[in-house]
Design a protein around this ligand. Structure first.
Ligand code: OAD
Length: 258
């Protein structure tokens, strides 16, 4: 990272740290790359290379090939469970511990590495890979009360309800599905309130998450992008840090006086 940009940004971090909600961080799959979890668009390797992730990560794809989609997610779940938070995740958690109430982490990622590092209140825009939900609304919930628990489903690929055959799916947002409204509204409030937005490890290819950088800029925040490569939202950045999450975040967030 160019030292002059780093120095300017560290000063921005120090100023943001003086304000509640002063720092917001939006992360994408690049945040997890140095934990050994392939980025979303790099994940299509090996036997999955011939499939389109937008097809697999969709209701249509699940309806057409439930076992294939379930197996793809099972492999991604195994990868996340084997992974550990990296220095970038730890830098965010350490900052939050030293500066309570300053940092909001907003993630597009569906893994649990921010939470395992210590940012338990991370705003999840695209759901949770390690959690299950029903594919169709549970019929019981419309007649007799709370829905059945997906954990009680009959084992299979995918598991299915023993009573009505409802399939189990991962609790992630699929292409064509809406983001959880409460999460996205919380993310909008966070970028409206922040003094500095760090955008880390995202191609900026998927909306509405990609629009948060422009929203922060319109609200008067300084926007910095951490990404070794170009992204589709680079023009929204005041600063471009051509570096990785695990190198840049400790350098930017470490040592900020409490
Ligand atoms: P992508 O795979 O589209 O982009 C990952 C970005 O991380 C790329 O711009 C890389 O250059 C960058 N990158 C790679 N290694 C990095 C590192 N070590 N440090 C920092 N950056 C690095 O993943 P996303 O932008 O997160 O949505 O994709 C957004 C969404 O697309 C995903 O959340 C997913 C998909 O649709 C859902 O699953 C709903």
């Amino acid at each position: 990272m160019v030292e002059s940009i780093a120095a300017a940004l560290r000063d921005q971090v120090r100023q943001a740290a003086a304000h509640p909600g002063g720092l917001a961080v939006l992360t994408g799959a690049g945040m997890t790359a140095e934990s050994g979890v392939p980025t979303f668009r790099d994940a299509m390797t090996g036997l999955w290379a011939r499939f389109d992730p937008a097809e697999l990560a969709s209701e249509r794809g699940f309806r057409a090939h439930p076992a294939r989609v379930w197996q793809w997610y099972a492999g991604r779940r195994d990868g996340v469970r084997r992974a550990e938070p990296n220095a970038g995740h730890r830098a965010l958690a350490d900052f939050a511990a030293r500066h309570p109430g300053v940092l909001t982490v907003i993630t597009q990622n569906v893994d649990d590495l921010h939470q395992r590092a210590g940012n338990a209140d991370t705003i999840r825009l695209h759901g949770e890979l390690l959690r299950d939900r029903w594919f169709e609304p549970c019929p019981r919930s419309s007649t007799v009360g709370p829905p059945c628990d997906p954990a009680t489903a009959r084992a299979g690929e995918p598991p299915a309800c023993a009573d009505c055959g409802n399939l189990v799916r991962p609790a992630v947002v699929w292409f064509g599905e809406s983001l959880p409204a409460a999460a996205f509204e919380a993310a909008e409030r966070a970028v409206d309130a922040c003094r500095l937005l760090l955008v880390v490890g995202t191609s900026g290819a998927v909306w509405p998450a990609a629009g948060l950088a422009a929203r922060a800029r319109r609200a008067g925040a300084v926007v910095a992008i951490v990404n070794p490569h170009d992204s589709e939202i680079d023009e929204q950045a005041h600063h471009l840090i051509r570096d990785t999450a695990a190198r840049a975040l400790p350098a930017l967030l470490g040592g900020v006086p409490t």
